[in-house]
Design a binder for this molecule. Structure first.
Ligand SMILES: CC(C)=CCC/C(C)=C/COP(=O)(O)OP(=O)(O)O
Ligand SMILES: C=C(C)CCOP(=O)(O)OP(=O)(O)O
Length: 264
């Protein structure tokens, strides 16, 4: 569990939890209450990558610049490390109550996580992705896959931080739109970088869609249209962010711009 957690990565999802909490409520208490939830979402994300890399799924040898979990510890231990991280995440969230988060808010966060990381969310998106590899995938199906396998954890992160900051229902709705579009842009950019990125920066080999046997936006739309789509989705996400009328939206805005131009 620690091998994959400590391998690093961008820690985007925990950063979004903390930044969303601060964007709604600049009180430093909100940030500290958000910390256990930030840790929890990184545990969930890391579990998903360990399982995604397994021979039964993407069969990848490198992740975050290191050998994948199963290459070091074997498949059985890699499955269990993922299971352990998934389970511990729910325990971690309960720790936010000891820091002053109300039990009602903590319960809403647990409920969001079970839905957005589970079968209606990330797990369902990954299942559709794997089933899609066996046939023809349309653009609509690909959008469904990306929205669930990737956007849903990003939506969770932004909503959880905002809930801890005390966001209104209307703010939560606008932030959900912000995160949904940001997540979609993020996954399309991931697919672009998988083709044209720098292996040393990405920490994993760069492969063609054909080698990967994966249907992606660059595969369906071509590179130019995919890059333009990332830009359009990022602009739309920033509009939704403006609609949320947060106390301090600057850092969330900066993250959206950073992700559009990222190279790893
Ligand atoms: C329940 C599980 C196992 C979920 C995995 C979700 C996920 C987003 C995997 C990585 O996608 P990817 O294969 O497009 O990314 P990468 O190129 O980093 O492998
Ligand atoms: C959802 C996708 C695209 C898988 C990789 O996610 P990240 O690009 O956030 O991976 P790390 O930085 O956490 O390693």
């Amino acid at each position: 569990m620690m091998y994959s957690l400590e391998a690093g990565g961008k820690r985007l999802r925990p950063i979004l939890v903390l930044t969303a909490a601060e964007a709604v409520n600049s009180d430093s208490l909100a940030r500290s209450q958000a910390m256990p939830v930030a840790s929890a979402i990184e545990m969930i994300h890391t579990y998903s990558l360990i399982h995604d890399d397994l021979p039964a799924m993407d069969n990848d040898d490198y992740r975050r610049g290191k050998l994948t979990n199963h290459k070091v510890y074997g498949e059985a231990m890699a499955i269990l490390a993922g299971d352990g991280l998934l389970t511990h995440a729910f325990y971690a969230i309960t720790r936010t109550v000891a820091l002053g988060t109300s039990p009602e808010t903590a319960l809403a966060i647990v409920s969001d996580l079970a839905r957005l990381a589970g079968a209606p969310g990330m797990v369902g998106g990954q299942a559709a992705d794997i089933l899609g590899e066996q046939g023809v995938t349309s653009l609509a199906e690909l959008e469904y896959i990306h929205l669930h396998k990737t956007s849903d954890l990003i939506v969770f992160s932004v909503l959880a931080g905002a809930r801890i900051g005390g966001a209104t229902q209307q703010q939560l709705e606008s932030l959900q739109q912000f995160a949904r579009k940001l997540g979609l842009a993020f996954q399309i950019q991931d697919d672009i970088l998988d083709l044209i990125g720098d292996e040393a920066k990405l920490g994993k080999p760069v492969q063609s869609d054909v080698q990967q046997q994966k249907v992606t936006y660059p595969f369906l739309l071509g590179m130019e249209k995919s890059v333009a789509l990332v830009e359009r989705l990022t602009e739309e996400s920033k509009q939704a962010l403006a609609d949320a009328k947060l106390a301090k939206p600057e850092y969330l805005l900066a993250i959206a711009d950073y992700l559009m131009n990222r190279d790893h």
